[in-house]
Design a protein around this ligand. Sequence first.
Ligand code: ZN
Length: 321
Amino acid sequence: MAKLRLKKNVQKILIISIIVILLLVISIKVIINNKKQKEYEQTYEYKLKSIGYNDEDIKTITTKYKDKEINYILKNKKDDAYLLLIKEKYFIYSKFYDYLNYLNSNPTFSFTKIIEKVNTNTNKDYYQDAIQTDISKNYLMLVNKYHYLDASYNPELVTVPLTYAYGTLGSQKVTKDTYDAFINMWKSANEAGYKLIINSSYRTFEEQEKLYNSYLNEGIDVADSKASRPGYSEHQTGYVVDITCNGASNKTFHETETYTWLLDNAYKFGFILRYPQDKVDITGNSYESWHYRYVGIDAATYIHDNNITFEEYYAYFVEAQ
Ligand SMILES: [Zn+2]
């Protein structure tokens, strides 16, 4: 009898032990799963998913944005703008919030337009928040309605011989690199049967001031439409040549074959048509078929091949680098 009771007790202990072990295992599993779930709930993936982004969106956001911007995105409702803006060719990371602000006030604009306007400052009025030109960029420096040279800027220049220019000797000056590039271009044009003539080149701050002030008696709007304010003319860089040919004026130069030749070839020597007809809203300058800017062969080739302005090139490839 005693033996049988002992056997039964052993069985009982065994069953209870198994139940206890099973309960323990289940509890541990539940604890681990809870912990895992809590950890998952802390991830960007979980948080973005709960706002409504799909797997592909989440991949885009978490791979292309940094923590600060992801947290900003998380604080807001689901918005495709975050995904589409960063896929734009000329998206500049540091301008993310400026893009969003501008988009907010211009909801009908395309994302390409938003990027273009903000990158080139043309989301602002002319001369608004203008900053001093970064002259350390040398032949890639930008002078326009938002970037100015102060009166003390005094570039090293060489005189253009009268073989290549109108005026009196010494009246036409450019930087050495501009001069060398121009001579190469002049020779190539000459071989093709075209004779380039420099009409205007370097201008001092004081000369620009005189020019601008001469229009001021007609009012500031007229003056602003006819000339750049002192400091804001690219002619003060020494990297500019206004080109003409025999028999043409600024008004008729665009009708000449010389102009067509320049359109097709200037970039090969590092020059760009600085103020094209269809880019007035970006350059802030009216169409000037005669005004060529030296930016070096690499930049000129990119600008020519991609049909963009120097403003767009500068924002993405020079300033943001
Ligand atoms: Zn000019």
